[in-house]
Ligand binder design. Structure first.
Ligand SMILES: [Zn+2]
Length: 284
């Protein structure tokens, strides 16, 4: 599943290859990929044709192209979505869902095998900064406007477990399961620690680790991007190296050698070191 660093890599690619190119006749090949665009696929296509992207922005895992009319094309990659920039004569991908021809002879292609991702056009009459459908999502820690002290205050005011708080998009966005586990390992905090029990210093340190882990992943993801091929396939380069906890069940902790454990967490998994990341009292 693409996480923030992968989405940011795609955002940068689209900034380079889509901004300033007028969009031609849009084709929706699978209606499910525009299901959130309530007026339907024909309206979606008609709304985009003739518009020119002027910027590509992102908040958390949501990304949008700002169009010259003030409309915004929202892109959510879901589990398996890809945004590709391909020459128009390149054969269609098997799971091509939406085709957006660009004035320079390339096409923006939304490819999505599992169709959990989606595109929609958000009409913002007031030239808003952020599409209304993204407005409720908190800033992510790589955003220049993110204020660490505000996050720490909000985190410590929550009655929840620390990992749940990291995944809470109204508190902080863009932190997925992998980055949460990695940051908690670095901070030596168990995922079930109550947020109210964290000191200011612990919360700030944890946030620092979250930012570091995502920045490192972004650097790795950024190197796999080349030429016209704008790609995210959900398998970040970060999977290949540098993971200390996530996916490392029964393998030795890089700090103390204890075997990493996997526990069920919100229909997913949490990986942690039982020695370095002591479970809170009351948990076995
Ligand atoms: Zn350990």
């Amino acid at each position: 599943m693409p996480e923030l660093p992968e989405v940011e890599v795609v955002r940068r690619g689209l900034s380079e290859h889509a901004v300033g190119r007028e969009i031609g006749k849009v084709e929706v090949l699978h209606p499910r990929s525009v299901r959130r665009h309530v007026p339907g696929p024909a309206d979606f296509a008609g709304r985009l044709s003739g518009q020119t992207p002027t910027a590509v922005r992102r908040r958390g895992k949501y990304m949008w192209l700002v169009l010259d009319s003030g409309d915004m094309l929202l892109v959510h990659l879901g589990m398996s979505g890809q945004m590709l920039v391909q020459p128009e004569d390149r054969p269609d991908e098997k799971h091509l869902r939406v085709r957006l021809p660009l004035a320079d002879g390339n096409e923006l292609r939304f490819v999505d095998q599992r169709t959990f991702g989606h595109l929609m056009v958000d009409r913002e009459g007031e030239r808003a900064e952020v599409p209304s459908s993204v407005d409720h999502i908190a800033l992510d820690p790589l955003d220049g406007a993110f204020v660490p002290e505000e996050f720490v205050r909000a985190l410590r005011a929550k009655r929840t477990e620390v990992k749940r708080a990291l995944l809470d998009q109204s508190l902080i966005s863009g932190v997925g399961n992998i980055y949460a586990d990695e940051a908690l390992w670095r901070a030596r905090l168990h995922w079930a620690r109550p947020t109210r029990g964290l000191s200011n210093a612990q919360a700030l340190e944890l946030l620092g680790h979250v930012t570091d882990v995502m920045t490192e992943a972004l650097e790795v993801g950024g190197t796999t991007f080349d030429g016209l091929y704008v790609n995210v396939n959900g398998e970040s380069g970060y999977f290949e190296r540098g993971l200390n906890a996530y996916g490392r069940r029964d393998r030795p902790c890089g700090r103390c050698g204890t075997s990493i454990v996997r526990e069920a967490f919100m229909n997913r998994s949490s990986f942690s070191c039982p020695s370095c990341q002591r479970a809170p009292r009351g948990r076995t």
